[in-house]
Design a protein around this ligand. Structure first.
Ligand code: ADP
Length: 633
């Protein structure tokens, strides 16, 4: 019983481990889209407390382009706009407009003048492939810039949503920091430093500006991009305030909005550039300049969203799988399912709680792990425990039936004894009759005693409390005695019992009474489960140091599956039940117990409808072995 339980626990643990491994594999193989979807969902769900933005946008929108002569003539109005901005004393100005090529001389001069007046100016370089290099703004512009950054975002390869920007980008050995990062450090008047962070497992570096440490996540496929920073986008409608260039030029007083701010100037006109998806998206897009501004705000507010270290994600997922396993192992009934549900809910909600606390815990890995473990555990308990319960149930039913039968059986000899004894006491019967009745009482009470004995013996045998006698049993004699006892039963059905000659000197060692019971039981079964006028054959022979006793019949037989079950207590085949023969289904289990206690075995070969052959294989008595040795000489 104990062995079975521990075996089952091992199977259960194995199953859970497999479920966990499958979950890890699944989240590794196709968890990414799910992680992304969850991340975007949290973005929409979680509204950070509103903050006072430290940046503002000077946008070259569609209306400005139309009014100011298009992109080709933008440098002059941009120059005018920047002058107004500069006069309002901004903290820094980042211009995301490509200024690498030669323009109209007068316009370029005007822009150069404006740049000269602009404090903490940052411009952008263009990444060029073939050969890979940075193309900086014209020197006339570049010389006024305190920093030259890059203006690239990193849309996710799988769904094109921009969740992060690379803080650094390399063209060959030449590196540019992100425009937003440059604007941030200019506004803080601090340099950018790098360090390897042990907290992130040493794999990712940390970028530091003054006392602000920016945790970074390793970049994915893009080799040029490094040190990704997730952007804590401002909710739509509460974004960084902006002023259109055309409006600023028309109403210079609007420049006051840029006072003390970090200004991002760039194009927002949809016709001019690809616009990018944000987690808020829902089909809506955002301009590059807004992404810079939001990235800047992320740094300025320190609203970073670093990853939870991988090992913690793994341990959390593992803990969930274990919790699901424990729930189904130890909680009773429906509580187990409630517990499993709670584990799954924890898996689904915890990453969001982390997100609200500015940590990104993957969604797929804990959720897969919780679901698979809970399903596996539920399945296991549903199938295995239910099955056990059913077996137990049917064993109990069979036991009740047996008890029913036993009491019924006992009633017959009891009432015979009762009736007979009454007769003796009431009537003056002739001596002859009294003797007859006394004999009947005697035989009936013996039968009763035998029945009780057998039932007690089974229990004791099963519990291993029974002491076996060690006798030498001559096989031929024992078999003949059993046949003699069965004969009346066989004759009623006109069944012939044939005994093949058993060699003299065949002896087994053991408890004679029990052996006889075993042998007798096979014989009664053969007679019970055979049709009228058939033959039962009994044989005994020596086989490799064992003695074999076989009882063959031409009866109802059994199939393979039944052959395995008939040795269970109280099991009866359907055919046996239908045969109308009384039985408890306990006989063969006793026979098996007896034989095994003697170091032997019972075998059955049978065909439904053709007949069965039950064979006992028993160790030969020591004296018998020497007898054979003598025989051979
Ligand atoms: P019982 O005979 O009281 O039912 P047993 O334990 O002796 O119980 O046998 C168990 C079952 O095995 C029987 O009910 C019957 O279905 C099957 N069985 C036993 N012996 C035979 C046989 N010789 N032929 C066919 N079926 C048998």
């Amino acid at each position: 019983m104990k062995r079975r339980a521990s075996k089952r626990t091992a199977a259960y643990v194995g199953l859970l481990a497999a479920a966990f491994a499958a979950a890890m594999l699944a989240s590794w193989a196709f968890g990414r889209p799910l992680d992304n979807a969850a991340y975007d969902y949290w973005f929409r769900l979680y509204q950070p407390r509103p903050w006072q933005t430290q940046s503002a946008i000077l946008e070259i929108d569609e209306a400005s382009l139309v009014k100011l002569g298009g992109m080709r003539h933008i440098r002059k109005p941009l120059a005018d706009g920047l002058r107004l901005v500069a006069a309002a004393r901004p903290a820094a100005v980042a211009v995301d407009v490509i200024l690498t090529d030669e323009g109209d001389a007068a316009e370029d001069r005007a822009l150069e003048e404006a740049f000269r007046e602009t404090p903490n100016l940052a411009l952008v370089s263009l990444f060029q492939g073939d050969p890979v290099r940075w193309e900086d703004p014209k020197p006339e512009f570049g010389r006024w810039a305190k920093a030259i950054g890059h203006a690239y975002a990193q849309p996710d390869e799988s769904d094109s949503v921009t969740r992060s920007i690379p803080l650094e980008m390399r063209a060959a050995r030449d590196r540019r920091w992100a425009l937003a990062l440059e604007a941030f450090r200019l506004s803080r008047g601090q340099p950018i430093t790098e360090s390897v962070s042990l907290a992130a497992g040493g794999s990712a570096s940390e970028i530091q500006v003054g006392d602000v440490a920016i945790p970074v996540i390793p970049s994915g496929g893009n080799v040029a991009a490094g040190a990704l920073m997730r952007i804590r986008y401002l909710p739509p409608g509460r974004g960084v305030p902006s002023v259109a260039l055309a409006d600023l030029l028309a109403r210079p007083a609007l420049a006051a909005r840029f006072a003390g701010k970090v200004v991002f100037a760039g194009v927002t006109a949809p016709s001019m550039l690809d616009r990018l998806f944000t987690p808020y998206a829902g089909g809506q897009t955002i301009s590059g300049i807004r992404i810079h501004a939001d990235a800047f705000e992320t740094m300025a507010q320190r609203m970073f969203l670093p990853d939870v270290p991988m090992v913690w994600t793994f341990l959390f997922s593992l803990a969930l799988a274990i919790a699901a396993g424990l729930a189904f192992r130890y909680l009773p009934g429906w509580w187990a399912y409630a517990g499993g549900g709670a584990v799954v809910a924890t898996a689904m909600v915890t990453p969001y709680v982390f997100f609200a606390h500015q940590r990104v815990l993957p969604f797929a890995s804990p959720v897969f792990s919780a679901w698979l473990a809970a399903l596996a555990a539920a399945g296991f308990y549903h199938l295995v425990v239910r099955r056990d319960w059913r077996t137990e149930q049917s064993a109990r039913e069979r036991y009740q039936q047996a008890m029913h039968f036993v009491t019924h059986e006992m009633r017959t000899p009891l009432s015979a004894i009762q009736g007979s004894s009454e007769m003796i006491s009431r009537y003056a019967l002739p001596e002859e009759k009294r003797k007859q009745i006394a004999l009947l009482i005697n035989s009936e009470s013996k039968r009763l005693a035998r029945m009780v004995e057998i039932f007690l013996n089974v229990e004791r045998l099963t519990a291993g409390h029974m002491e076996l006698k060690h006798e030498t049993i001559p096989v031929a004699e024992m078999v003949e005695a059993c046949i003699a006892r069965v004969r009346p039963l066989a004759e009623r059905k006109h069944i012939a019992i044939e005994l093949e000659p058993i060699p003299a000197g065949l002896e087994i060692a053991g408890d004679r009474e029990l052996m006889e019971y075993a042998c007798y039981n096979l014989l009664t079964n053969a007679v019970k489960y055979s049709p009228q006028r058939s033959t039962v054959t009994v044989a005994g022979w020596r086989d490799h140091g064992h003695i074999r006793i076989a009882v063959r019949d031409q009866g109802i037989g059994l199939d393979q599956k039944e052959a395995k079950q008939i040795f269970q207590k109280f099991y009866r085949t359907r055919k046996a039940e239908e045969s109308g023969e009384a039985g408890t289904g306990i006989g063969l289990s006793i026979v098996q117990q007896i034989v095994e206690q003697h170091g032997g075995a019972i075998e059955v070969v049978s065909q439904p409808g053709e007949g069965s052959c039950f064979t006992l294989a028993l160790p030969a008595a020591a004296s018998a072995a020497s007898a054979t040795a003598a025989e051979r000489h």
